[in-house]
Design a protein around this ligand. Structure first.
Ligand code: RRO
Length: 289
């Protein structure tokens, strides 16, 4: 990648045109919305609500299936940066079916969606599942395989080790935090699914801590995601040990697609000003233990 700032899964990655536009706006790589083996409508609405410090979503893995997605990846590739397909399944066979059915520059295994029955965190909270699924996909494709982890566990590092044992090329931390909002007039949960996943600035300190712990323990790279909306946030992730960062919820804020360029340029001016390199910055916070 020409820079370490990527489009995160789930935001704008449903069409080739939006993947391409993110690439042309300065993203170093782009990740698609998660795709599975069969088309899904997702959860009933409302599926997204704005809350203090971010967004709460329970989209419910809506996707057209891998059978209808290759064209979007191909259009995304016209943007000139790697297109990573986020994929999900209920077990090793389904993950392998989806991965081998797509031609992408890498795969990000969604073992962390916090609100889908039989998928995501429901299986990804067990280290043995993470290891088995990672090994199965890694053995069936010849492009990098990343594993996106859930923070909704007592020990995310245990999951990171499982991904590493399974042969992952990197882990991605973190997916959204399981959360809920209630309308006080009616007493009704706002999301159609009742609970969902919290993203945005509110979760950044949790993501920083997870990246720090994972990068301190693992030998493979850690990609940081969760509440990154400025070059300072990206620098903080990198200082925690991230090899790269992904940006999601911030895209819906003022700047839109311009955010990739401003984070990448802000980071590069910071490095020039400090007379340092990304490599020197990476994991810097660990030196103060
Ligand atoms: O589609 C979703 O509801 C969703 C997914 Br796949 C995910 O990984 N994380 C999230 O917050 N929402």
């Amino acid at each position: 990648m020409h820079n370490p700032v990527m489009l995160a899964a789930g935001i704008l990655g449903t069409t080739g045109a939006s993947l391409k536009r993110a690439a042309q706006s300065g993203a170093g790589g782009v990740v698609t919305k998660s795709v599975g083996s069969a088309p899904r409508d997702g959860h009933r609405g409302p599926t997204v609500v704005q809350v203090e410090g971010g967004l709460l979503n329970a989209m419910g893995l809506p996707n057209p299936s891998y059978h209808n997605f290759q064209e979007e990846i191909d259009i995304g590739r016209e943007g000139g940066v790697p297109v990573v397909a986020s994929i999900f399944g209920s077990g090793p066979e389904e993950f392998v079916e989806v991965a081998t059915g797509l031609d992408a520059d890498g795969f990000e295994l969604n073992l962390s969606c916090p609100h889908a029955k039989r998928y995501g965190a429901e299986i990804g909270c067990e280290a043995c599942n993470v290891e088995e699924i990672t090994r199965a996909v890694k053995g069936s494709v010849n492009v990098p395989v990343w594993v996106k982890l859930t923070p909704n566990v007592a020990d995310i590092v245990g999951l990171g080790f499982a991904a590493q044992r399974g042969g992952a090329d990197a882990v991605v931390a973190i997916n959204t935090l399981k959360a809920m909002a209630i309308d006080v007039e009616s007493g009704r949960p706002i999301l159609g699914n009742r609970f969902g996943g919290l993203s945005g600035p509110a979760i950044k300190p949790v993501a920083i801590r997870c990246v720090y712990d994972l990068a301190s323990a693992l030998d493979i790279p850690v990609i940081g995601v969760g509440g990154v909306s400025s070059w300072q946030d990206a620098a903080e992730m990198i200082m925690a040990g991230a090899a790269g960062v992904q940006v999601g919820t911030a895209l819906g804020q003022v700047e839109g697609y311009g955010i990739f360029g401003s984070i990448a340029e802000g980071l590069s001016s910071y490095l020039d000003r400090k007379g340092t390199t990304l490599e020197e910055l990476r994991g810097m916070a660990r030196r103060f233990s």
